[in-house]
Design a protein around this ligand. Structure first.
Ligand SMILES: [Zn+2]
Ligand SMILES: [Zn+2]
Ligand SMILES: [Zn+2]
Length: 140
């Protein structure tokens, strides 16, 4: 990890009132490096044996509570989180998920307007639109 990146990570944690432990820094670094939404399972795979499941779970919850990440969508029992660099928890965008490898992508240019579809008296709080399919690697 370069010094600039390390500073950015510890700064982000400090700003949000989270103490920079080794595990937290590693998880946040994965999100910054990936540049796309990550599920807990994918984070576990990337970390190998560095952190156990419960620790990763706790870190993700703490990050989500602090607003460092938010839930992009839920896939079965898996929560998929992302950094709020292109969206916010309340104003997110649709996502793509590969059903074979679990690769995820943000569909930023794709806005779904549900104006008029929601009946009177309903309030939309966030959209959680998920397109499922195969990524270019898995299509071959
Ligand atoms: Zn989002
Ligand atoms: Zn795939
Ligand atoms: Zn996204």
């Amino acid at each position: 990890m370069t010094e600039g990146k390390e500073k950015r990570i510890s700064g982000l944690l400090r700003e949000n009132g989270i103490r920079a432990t080794k595990g937290r820094v590693e998880v946040l670094e994965l999100f910054l490096k990936a540049g796309r939404p990550l599920a807990q399972m994918q984070i576990m795979d990337m970390l190998g044996t560095k952190l156990d499941r419960a620790s990763v779970y706790r870190i993700l919850n703490a990050f989500a509570e602090a607003g460092i990440i938010h839930m992009a969508y839920v896939d079965g029992r898996h929560r998929v989180y992302e950094l709020p660099d292109k969206c916010s928890g309340r104003n997110c965008h649709p996502h793509f998920s590969c059903r074979n490898c679990g690769m995820t992508a943000c569909l930023e240019g794709f806005k779904i307007s549900f104006k008029g579809a929601l009946g009177k008296g309903f309030v939309a709080e966030r959209q959680k639109v998920l397109i499922e399919g195969l990524c270019p690697n898995c299509r071959e």
